[in-house]
Write a protein that binds this ligand. Structure first.
Ligand code: 57M
Length: 359
């Protein structure tokens, strides 16, 4: 909005020229989203507490979690409000990719909100069914995938990290890749969200990484120099990434150990969905396995544990899945697990960045 209001004035006030630059708007979108979360956080936590939206803690979980009972949850509502407001303020609103990102973010927030609302407010012990949630996620991801494929400048090749020459063109089959990436990331972030700051830290790291990729993919000269797919107009999504990172930082202020609030499904589902959609738009779909390596490892630990548990009728690979519970039960203090997982996430992001140069 500010872009549309202020940039046209650059002919009389030359300082307003800065509104043209994606880098400038990405930084300010990030600061705007951060400030919204930071300033509104205490009020929001008080509201959640007054509405008694407190976390129910599973009895079979690690002992250390029992003291977290009643921590306000659904803090993701604030994150999504901050991301959406900052994005709408700073982007060029005629950019279709921004609307596709908002479609996934807000629809996934709606799914998560409904689930949380049924469990936390209506105090039902089950929210939406797993199948129902998955079906809705697939529908909105497929809609986003189809919209992306319909853009005249978007090609349906898939980028394979480290092998820049191999780019299989999937045609409409690309929608299936988009669905797998978006739905998979959404659920992997949700599984990771089990310790204070554990999910939001790597979300911030991934958002910053994709901010760089979005900027490069949307810049014809940089994209050609680095031999990556150029996606016309995708640079604007760097501003959304900035907003995501900023809102994440603002939320982390309150979610840092010991957490004053949790994000709930209304946060974890859309954050993962948004990262998946950015990966698709910037044509760095497979790279998300590296950028979001931590989410992948957490999801794999669940798949392996559940598979092994069923096959062996009750035996386990890990003390408990997802993986963060395994280390907790081994006796690592919660902050140690969290910070060490962040360190791994940063290392994975650096490896992902290196693919810009490696081929
Ligand atoms: C949600 N969420 C937390 C909070 C957060 C298939 C199975 C492995 C699924 C998995 C599962 O349900 N995962 C998704 C993980 C929950 O947090 C809420 O949920 C939101 C995200 N959706 O925002 O609102 C608890 O996590 C802790 N937490 C924090 N700090 C935070 O900032 O400490 C969350 C955010 C909170 C709080 O304690 O209550 C969750 O874990 O429920 N299931 C599991 O993760 C369960 N694992 C399991 O059953 N493993 C089995 C195998 C055979 C499947 C095994 O290994 O034996 C564990 N979850 C819990 N206790 N809480 C089991 C024990």
């Amino acid at each position: 909005m500010l872009y549309h209001l202020l940039y046209p004035l650059h002919t009389s006030i030359s300082a307003f020229n800065v509104f043209r630059y994606i880098t400038f708007r990405a930084i300010y979108a990030s600061l705007t989203a951060f400030l919204i979360c930071f300033v509104m956080g205490p009020w929001f936590i008080r509201k959640l507490s007054a509405m008694q939206i407190g976390q129910y803690i599973r009895e079979d979980g690690p002992e250390a979690h029992h003291k977290k009972a009643g921590t306000p949850t659904m803090g993701g509502t604030l994150i999504i409000f901050a991301v959406t407001t900052a994005t709408l303020l700073w982007v060029n609103l005629t950019n279709i990719y921004i609307w596709i990102l908002l479609l996934v973010t807000l629809s996934y927030a709606g799914i998560g909100f409904t689930d949380d609302y049924l469990m936390q407010v209506k105090k039902r012990n089950k929210g939406l069914t797993v199948r129902g949630k998955l079906a809705l996620q697939v529908i909105f991801a497929a809609a986003a995938g189809a919209l992306v494929c319909m853009q005249p400048d978007f090609d349906t090749q898939v980028t394979i990290p480290f092998f820049k020459q191999i780019r299989p063109d999937l045609g409409w089959g690309y929608v299936i890749v988009a669905v797998l990436v978006i739905v998979g990331t959404s659920n992997a972030v949700n599984l990771t969200d089990g310790l204070d700051g554990l999910a939001i830290g790597p979300v911030i790291i991934a958002a910053v990484t994709y901010m760089v990729f979005a900027y490069v993919a949307g810049h014809v000269k940089f994209a050609s120099y680095l031999q990556i797919n150029y996606v016309a107009a995708s640079g604007e999504t760097a501003i959304f990434c900035g907003a995501l990172a900023g809102a994440g930082l603002g939320f982390l202020w309150f979610n840092a150990y010991p957490a004053q609030m949790f994000m709930g499904d209304v946060g974890s589902l859309p954050l993962g969905g948004a990262l998946g959609t950015i990966a698709v738009i910037t044509k760095q779909e497979i790279l998300l396995v590296i950028v979001g390596g931590l989410f992948v490892v957490e999801a794999l630990s669940v798949i392996l544990q559940v598979g092994f548990f069923k096959m062996t009728k009750g035996r386990r690979i890990f003390r408990m899945a997802p993986l963060h519970h395994h280390f907790e039960l081994k006796g690592w203090a919660e902050p140690k697990v969290i910070v060490r997982f962040w360190i791994i996430a940063i290392a994975m992001a650096l490896i992902a960045m290196s693919t810009l140069k490696l081929r």
